[in-house]
Ligand binder design. Structure first.
Ligand SMILES: [Zn+2]
Length: 421
């Protein structure tokens, strides 16, 4: 006996029987009023009973429901569709949730294949794309509304318990976009159009304790994410709104962590004033190693000795010594003189954000590993697979959906939109 063939056939049969029962249940006619309110404000009259095709988790089925027509605006509608939350769609809420989940996890084609195998549902790749994007866009629209309230200083008070330390980390990562989205934008190589657009990713998490070695421990499952392709100004408001909802204003200690990117610290000054600002230690070290390479060329031992010494100074928070060393280094040529000057300015500008011993003594994180991991899990794993090219609209919808799910907010969102329907 081929068990797999039998179990799959049995599931199909159960689905068909279930679909038939569901179809009868949904079409049961308990009578219908002669007239209902129309969206235009007038009254719509019962016209006839019409069939509607639906794809449910039990498979395709057809229901019969009363159809009303308004003589005033000449529009027709079925109140039953609104009741069942299937207005303007042929997919049931259960199927739409599945489409959103698989579409946020992997490519739309993989999602289609998974639904076929795991749920016995026959959908098109396009349907996965359309529904995942439309649910992501709905989540994004709700976030926009919250951001608007934040702008008007109308955010509701947060009831979450106060936390000892709250962190914000920010980073940017490129996502490949279709040609139309990069026209006229300068790329990294001079004269070449950009192949990617920058996704700005932010995360918020909390810390309550340190371990036996006084190293900070991130509160489990406390990380939430926001991400979008948008201006630093819009992103700042987005991250601020998220931080507010996480209890930013009531935390004992507030920390912003990032690499040296200027936009990050502009946003930190603007939205997260009086937070402790920390430049990721590993990025700062990287700057030293990347400078040492052209300065010492083939002299590997000299390169290593020099970089190690400065790395040690950096770890001790002696940023002035690092700056002085860079300023006093005899530049071999004009190009390297320029590079040395740039790097000296980088350390000078960020000096107060590099007092690592002070941060360590307070039991704080000094690396932005959470947002870097987020760049891979939130963005890379879904949006940077080979052969993928995004529109900004499509990418932002899927980013909103992924952030929502990875932040553990999807069940609440789904429930709230069902209640609204
Ligand atoms: Zn009307």
């Amino acid at each position: 006996m081929d068990l797999e063939a039998v179990e799959m056939a049995m599931r199909s049969a159960m689905h068909r029987a279930g679909a038939a029962a569901l179809s009868r249940l949904l079409s049961m006619d308990g009578g219908h009023p002669a007239q209902v309110d129309c969206a235009c404000g007038q009254t719509a009259r019962y016209h006839d009973t019409r069939p509607k095709h639906l794809l449910t988790v039990l498979g395709p089925l057809q229901i019969e429901r009363a159809y009303y027509h308004c003589a005033h605006c000449r529009q027709g509608h079925s109140p039953r569709d609104h009741e069942l939350d299937v207005e303007g769609t042929q997919c049931s809420p259960g199927v739409r949730r599945m489409l959103a989940v698989v579409g946020s996890e992997s490519s739309f084609e993989q999602g289609r294949a998974q639904l076929e195998l795991l749920a016995g549902l026959d959908v098109t790749t396009k349907a996965v794309e359309r529904h995942a994007e439309s649910i992501g866009a709905d989540i994004a629209a709700r976030e926009q509304a919250a951001m608007h309230r934040a702008k008007q200083l109308e955010l509701p008070a947060v009831c979450a318990p106060a936390v000892p330390v709250i962190y914000i980390e920010m980073d940017g990562t490129g996502v490949p976009v279709v040609a139309a989205e990069r026209a006229g934008r300068a790329g990294k190589i001079a004269g070449q159009p950009a192949r990617t657009r920058e996704v700005k990713l932010g995360c918020v998490f909390t810390q309550t304790r340190v371990d036996e070695q006084s190293r900070p421990v991130r509160d489990e499952a406390s990380t939430s994410y926001v991400a979008a392709i948008e201006t630093a100004e819009d992103f700042g408001l987005r991250l601020y709104t998220e931080a507010w909802n996480r209890g930013w204003s009531r935390a004992d200690k507030k920390v912003v962590l990032g690499d040296g990117a200027v936009w990050i610290w502009n946003l930190a000054d603007q939205h997260f004033a009086n937070a402790i600002q920390i430049v990721d230690l590993y990025h700062a070290r990287q700057h030293l190693w990347e400078l040492a390479a052209p300065l010492f060329g083939g002299d590997l031992r000299g390169r290593k000795r020099w970089a190690k010494r400065l790395e040690h100074k950096l770890d001790q928070g002696k940023v002035e010594t690092v700056v002085k060393t860079l300023r006093e280094f005899p530049p071999p040529n004009a190009e390297l003189a320029h590079l040395l000057n740039n790097e000296a300015e980088y350390f000078e500008r960020n000096a107060e954000r590099m007092r690592y011993p002070r941060f360590r003594a307070q039991g704080l994180f000094i690396g932005s590993g959470v947002v870097e991991a987020g760049c891979k899990t939130v963005v890379g794993a879904r949006l940077k697979q080979s052969g993928m090219f995004w529109t900004v609209r499509g990418a932002n919808a899927i980013l909103a959906l992924r952030c929502n799910r990875l932040s553990g907010k999807f069940e609440d969102y789904w429930e709230s939109r069902a209640r609204a329907a």
